[in-house]
Design a protein around this ligand. Structure first.
Ligand SMILES: [Zn+2]
Length: 512
């Protein structure tokens, strides 16, 4: 969805809840004295104590809404603000309610994380008082289920249930999150047995049976189509899964998508029939099927393997059913659809991996990306390394044309555009720096010795280009890779720890 970097939303599914013993957990309403708290943890402790809401519940709610990222006061797609996603839209006004309850201004609640957390706690407490919860009940995390459902603002029971279940899923699984300023918050796993009441689960999708079905409001899409289905459009929600589903049920949204995919486990909810026209990509609506992915374009923590795999299976099914080629001309990002001002899915979306999972080409079949060394390529170059560069450019949304191993004018333009976007000298020649940026492009998970997988392979190839020596691209982060990381960090004046975090990824992706 995202127009410019926007907001957020949140929730989770049902089936994964480890609902075990109905134990009444002690409420950690008081700040824990055993360990120094950071400012965000302190804000949660203070709000919990002030409003009598379990601290862990507040953290799990904030995590499910935003991964504890306040996005600098920018709104989510649904008009929600801050870590606690206080909402101000035509049908939901928890931001205004929080302002009345706390005395803080709407601006403070939007931009000040401590105020926002306090506001979320105040709203929950007002719901608890309205529902007549006793002090003892307020201390019992499991009593808050219907109040969390209300906090989500969903108008139908299945979506309300998705909302509240998400929070209890994170309570059951535990959470480790990075809050603003790099502060690390940990929520230990606990047993939960939420009192769900009569909320019924969602029905099964009519078009893709492994998905759930929660229909969008009829005001948010058009019945039928004016063109045949010929492409899949990839979006990122700028909001939580449940929040997005709830928003598409709201008639004031005037937007929708066919499918929404959850970050934590890849659960899919269908909201518009494939035969109908969802409103997600302007000029791409008539012929497109829109898939929204839970997350924020600027926060890689949402882009999970589970979400990639689940979404890719859905896209593969759509391509098979409509005879759509599985390539990047037909599986496109929202930002690539003509006439759009949106940025999603953004630089943290790993197109290469996604297209591999879809079972199509990243631009030209099974292209070899790993080489013992990378040659300098320019107009007129030919061969397997040209194909690799073309494939990588296409995967990043820079149209190098057909992956044919022949470096022509279209490839030159794509290289130049890529170099400009990465702040590299835009000469249209693929040298060590451009190779490094191309090979490392994609998601930026934290990697260290013992890590394995596609991201490690990407790192190894990029280091091969950056260092000018072969780092075996076997996807296994062993001692050789660690030494290469150290050498890279040393030569680029980075902190030398042999681990790959934001600074090292950032340097690689900038072609340093
Ligand atoms: Zn979008």
């Amino acid at each position: 969805m995202p127009r410019i970097p926007l907001g957020r939303a949140a929730l989770a599914g049902l089936g994964t809840l480890a609902v075990v013993a109905a134990a009444v957990q002690p409420v950690s309403a008081a700040p824990r004295a055993d360990r120094a708290e950071g400012p965000v943890a302190h804000a949660f402790s203070g709000a919990a104590a002030e409003y009598g809401v379990p601290r862990d519940l507040l953290i799990a709610l904030g995590y499910s809404e935003t991964h504890l990222d306040g996005h600098h006061g920018l709104p989510s797609q649904a008009g929600g603000y801050g870590v606690m996603h206080l909402v101000s839209n035509p049908d939901q006004h928890t931001l205004e309610l929080a302002s009345r309850l706390t005395g803080d201004t709407a601006r403070e609640l939007r931009t000040d994380t401590a105020a926002n957390i306090r506001g979320g706690a105040a709203v929950l407490r007002s719901y608890a008082d309205h529902a007549g919860l006793s002090k003892a009940e307020r201390r019992d995390t499991d009593s808050w289920y219907p109040l969390l459902a209300r906090y989500g603002g969903a108008t139908d029971p299945a979506t309300a249930r998705l909302y509240a279940d998400t929070v209890y899923t994170f309570l059951a699984k535990g959470v480790t999150a990075r809050a603003e300023g790099g502060e690390r918050l940990t929520l230990p796993a606990r047993k939960v047995a939420p009192e769900r009441g009569s909320l019924a689960p969602a029905a099964q999708s009519p078009d893709y049976p492994s998905a759930l079905w929660v229909p969008a409001n009829a005001a948010n899409y058009a019945v039928g189509r004016t063109a045949s289905v010929s492409k899949v459009v990839i979006h990122v929600t700028e909001g939580s899964y449940a929040g997005t589903i709830s928003w598409f049920q709201n008639p004031s949204a005037q937007v929708s998508a066919h499918y929404v995919v959850r970050s934590s486990d890849g659960q899919i909810t269908q909201m518009v029939r494939e035969k109908d026209t969802a409103w997600h990509a302007r000029s791409g609506n008539a012929s497109g099927i829109g898939i929204e992915h839970e997350g924020y374009v600027d926060d890689p923590s949402w882009f999970t393997d589970a979400m990639y795999r689940s979404s890719a299976a859905l896209t593969a099914s759509i391509c098979a059913r409509y005879g759509i080629p599985k390539d990047r001309a037909h599986i496109v990002g929202h930002s690539e659809v003509p006439g759009n001002d949106h940025t999603d899915p953004g630089p943290n979306w790993n197109w290469t991996y996604y297209m591999q999972l879809v079972g199509g080409s990243t631009g030209g079949g099974e292209v070899q990306l790993g080489f013992p060394s990378y040659d300098t390529l320019r107009s007129g170059s030919t061969g397997a390394q040209v194909s690799a560069a073309q494939s990588l450019l296409n995967a990043q949304g820079f149209d190098a044309g057909t992956v044919d191993g022949s470096f022509g004018t279209k490839t030159t333009s794509a290289v130049t555009a890529f170099q400009k976007a990465r702040g590299l000298g835009a000469d249209g020649v693929v040298g060590a720096r451009t190779w490094t940026a191309l090979l490392s492009a994609g998601s930026t998970p934290a990697l260290s010795q013992g890590s394995t997988g596609a991201a490690v392979q990407r790192l190894q190839r990029a280091l091969t280009a950056a260092l000018g020596r072969t780092v075996t691209a076997d996807g296994d982060f062993g001692s050789g890779t660690q030494q290469a990381v150290r050498d890279y960090q040393t030569s680029r004046s980075l902190g030398v720890d042999g681990q790959v975090g934001p600074a090292t990824w950032g340097a690689l992706q900038a072609g340093r």
